[in-house]
Write a protein that binds this ligand. Structure first.
Ligand code: HEM
Length: 351
């Protein structure tokens, strides 16, 4: 998937270049929407392959549904509010009705093709075919898996990219270090998988960004039977929430600089970074650990390597630091960067 991720990144890089040219050499860019478009573009291509345009239309609607659902959450304290025909509820109901048909139509077209590609939709369809579910359950399996992949992989990757760029803008020494590494390893070319594996400094920055701003702040599990944790009794059916953010910033685990951006702590990997490495869990833990973690890391590496080797950036005076927890941790007012294009001679000097 390196090629398709690179294509999506180049689209973003080109749009930044033309904005910089239009704004006279320095552009003030609110990066949030760009990162969301990038992430949505990658996940649509990875999931729907050659049905990408239809996939993108489906994902736009899923996003609208996600937004409508998160607004619904605010009224969930009022008994019966979710059944009221408010504008927001009507919008969500219409989308919930429309989406399965759109997804199943793409699946139907795919089944008619003689040769198959290896995208995520194909894997979901094969999973459905190899089960002995009823037709109704098979359809639900296909629709739910497409929804899951999108909801799990879209916002999480986008906010991770936003926080990585914000932290690199705030820490010019690290920005320069990672840029130097990317330029040295890629030598002016687009990165391939081997080059990505060699980018150690970049990996350290991503680990540190995911430590301080883990998009998913809570990992939850339900007790299937009565259990005991030390002297705490957990009855069957109770949900246990592991507070990822608390573990990731605990000075007892990470040392006195636990709230500081210090990617150096990962220079000997995760095990070298803290006393209890299993408590570093941006992608969760155990058998239900994130299925898309490798894809997400590759996405972040390609995106950051290409941005860093083409642009330099600082935080704009418009930026106000206000992380909030909604579905994920995100900057309440977005992140504004002042972005300049690097000329090739500057990059070569760095080499
Ligand atoms: C930086 C980006 C991402 C972060 C931080 C992240 C984080 C997580 C977390 C914390 C979980 C719950 C794990 C647990 O309960 O132990 C999860 C589950 C999952 N993620 Fe991700 N994720 C990211 C990107 C992606 C991408 C790109 C995809 C797919 C293309 C994806 C697909 C999934 C799926 C399918 C699950 C459910 C796994 C299961 O229940 O068995 N994620 N993710």
């Amino acid at each position: 998937m390196v090629g398709l991720i690179t294509d999506s990144t180049i689209t973003l890089v080109d749009s930044w270049k033309s904005r910089i040219a239009k704004e006279g050499g320095v552009a003030n860019i609110k990066i949030d929407e760009d990162m969301r478009s990038f992430s949505g573009d990658v996940i649509s291509r990875a999931c729907f392959g050659s049905n990408f345009t239809q996939g993108q239309a489906i994902f736009f609607k899923l996003r609208a549904l996600q937004e409508a659902m998160s607004k619904k959450c605010f009224t969930s304290g009022i008994p019966g509010a979710r059944h009221l025909p408010t504008k927001n509820n009507r919008e969500a109901w219409a989308l919930e009705k429309e989406l399965p048909n759109l997804i199943l139509e793409v699946a139907r077209q795919r089944k008619e093709l003689a040769s198959h590609e290896r995208d995520l939709l194909q894997m979901v369809l094969e999973g459905a075919k190899n089960s002995d579910l009823s037709q109704e359950a098979t359809d639900r399996f296909i629709v739910d898996n497409c929804k899951n992949i999108y909801l799990a992989g879209y916002e999480t990757t986008a906010v991770s990219a936003i926080w990585c760029l914000m932290l690199l803008a705030m820490n010019p020494d690290w920005q320069e270090r990672v840029r130097k590494e990317a330029v040295e390893i890629c030598g002016g070319q687009n990165p391939d998988y081997d080059m990505l594996r060699k980018m150690k400094q970049l990996t350290m920055v991503i680990h540190e960004a995911l430590r301080l701003y883990p998009p998913v702040t809570v990992v939850s599990r339900e007790a299937f039977k009565d259990m005991r944790f030390g002297n705490i009794f957990v009855p069957k059916g109770v949900n246990i929430w592991t507070l990822v953010l608390a573990h990731h910033t605990d000075p007892e685990i990470w040392g006195p600089d636990s709230y500081k951006f210090n990617p150096e702590r990962f220079s000997n990997g995760i095990t070298g970074a803290c006393k209890l490495p299993h408590l570093y869990m941006p992608f969760g833990v155990g058998p239900r650990i994130c299925l898309g973690q490798n894809l997400a890391i590759v996405e972040l590496k390609i995106l950051l390597a290409l941005i860093l080797s083409r642009f330099s950036f600082t935080l704009s005076p418009n930026y106000v630091h206000k992380p909030v927890i909604s579905l994920v941790i995100e900057p309440k007012n977005g992140v504004d960067l002042l972005v300049r294009e690097l000329c090739m001679s500057q990059e070569n000097k760095r080499k």
